[in-house]
Write a protein that binds this ligand. Structure first.
Ligand SMILES: Nc1ncnc2c1ncn2[C@@H]1O[C@H](COP(=O)(O)OP(=O)(O)O)[C@@H](O)[C@H]1O
Length: 338
């Protein structure tokens, strides 16, 4: 009897764990509009419906039994509410409550990253007063309230122990100086036209020396512990994983740091609503930029459910977000470099 030329690959074991990811929800209770250049529609109200569908899907993955019940957490990659909310009194808090309410229904912890639109809606002080983790239902969900000074959760208390900053504008002014060094436009949100310089726009930002040194320490520890690391950021850093106008100002520094540590397997970002993907040829790191909910029409979707195995991550995308297999082995065969 002849055997078939190609054996099917053996079935994968159950994943170690699964998580959800979503980017650029940018919810606002306002009519649809367009991006700055007028080329892309933005569905401000519709974004909440899309989030609801993502939350429904993750909720059934978290409670449905079988391997899918391993959904452990959700990553919210920044720009959770749109800057337009800040124009109307109380709208930022109302929008945030609506979005957090949807995420709360999933019933697993939600880890939040700040995007540029968080800074249009809330002061840095307000942002520092809340933890970056939204706890699962029933374990004391936090609320983000402007006037709330009394805090209850342990995470809140951790934030209160952060060093006291007598002159917080120093960091802001340093960032502004870096931006002005590279961008001579009167409106600093207007990107420079020179090649390779477009990322120096005010709607981006950079990683401070303190942040990089913190990251270096975490990655060194993970190298020692033989862990695998996914870095989560609002801004992408690899020029082939996103439109270069969306990159962090010092993206090269972050790429060099990632390259110096073997533990990083994936860098996950948002900000570029078109999304993107590239596997770095030197480090083997997968740079994944998720499609933004805000520019996704109501009949489509944009979210991911990622299952993590010993040797790979399998991303199940919905709507505009494509399925993707991300192997940890490196170097890959040619077909795996996109
Ligand atoms: N090319 C540009 N020139 C001037 N201002 C811009 C430009 N692009 C964006 N902006 C402004 O920057 C801010 C953030 O832009 P937005 O497109 O909402 O960011 P995001 O991509 O994070 O959604 C808005 O106030 C927008 O009007």
């Amino acid at each position: 009897m002849e055997s078939s030329a190609e054996e099917p690959p053996p079935p994968l074991p159950p994943p170690l764990f699964t998580f959800g990811a979503i980017a650029d929800i940018q919810y606002a209770d306002i009519d649809d509009g367009f991006n700055y250049t007028g080329t892309r529609q933005r569905y401000y109200r519709g974004s909440l419906q899309l989030l609801r569908r993502a939350a429904d899907s993750w909720r059934s993955a978290a409670t449905g039994g079988g391997p899918a019940s391993l959904l452990r957490f959700v990553l919210q990659l920044g720009d959770i509410v749109d800057g337009f909310n800040s124009r109307q009194r109380g709208a930022s808090e109302r929008a945030l409550d609506a979005v957090l309410g949807e995420l709360d229904r999933v019933g697993v912890p939600v880890h939040h990253v700040w995007g540029n639109h968080e800074f249009y809606n809330f002061s840095r002080d307000e942002l520092m007063r809340v933890p970056a983790e939204q706890r699962a239902s029933g374990s004391g969900r936090w609320r983000w309230r402007r006037r709330r000074r009394r805090t209850r959760t342990a995470a809140h208390r951790r934030h209160l122990r952060l060093p006291f900053q007598p002159c917080p504008r120093v960091q802001y002014n340093n960032a502004l100086n870096i931006l002005k060094e590279h961008n001579s436009n009167e409106d600093l949100n207007h990107p420079p036209v020179e090649k390779g310089m477009s990322k120096f726009a005010k709607f981006n930002g950079g990683f401070s020396r303190d942040q990089l040194s913190w990251l270096d320490g975490v990655l060194s520890q993970s190298d020692d512990d033989e862990e695998r690391v996914i870095i989560v950021s609002h801004l992408p850093v690899h020029p082939l994983s996103a439109d270069p106008v969306c990159l962090a100002w010092n993206s090269e520094d972050v790429l060099a740091m990632i390259g110096a540590h073997g533990c990083v397997v994936c860098f996950m970002a948002g900000h570029d609503h078109d999304g993107g993907y590239h596997r770095d040829r030197d480090s083997g790191v997968h740079h994944l930029t998720l499609e933004g909910v805000i520019e996704t029409p109501p009949e489509s979707d944009a979210f991911a459910t990622v299952s993590v195995y010993e040797d790979r991550m399998l991303l199940k995308g919905r709507g505009r977000t494509a399925d993707r297999e991300m192997l940890f082995t490196w170097p890959p065969d040619e077909t795996q470099v996109v």
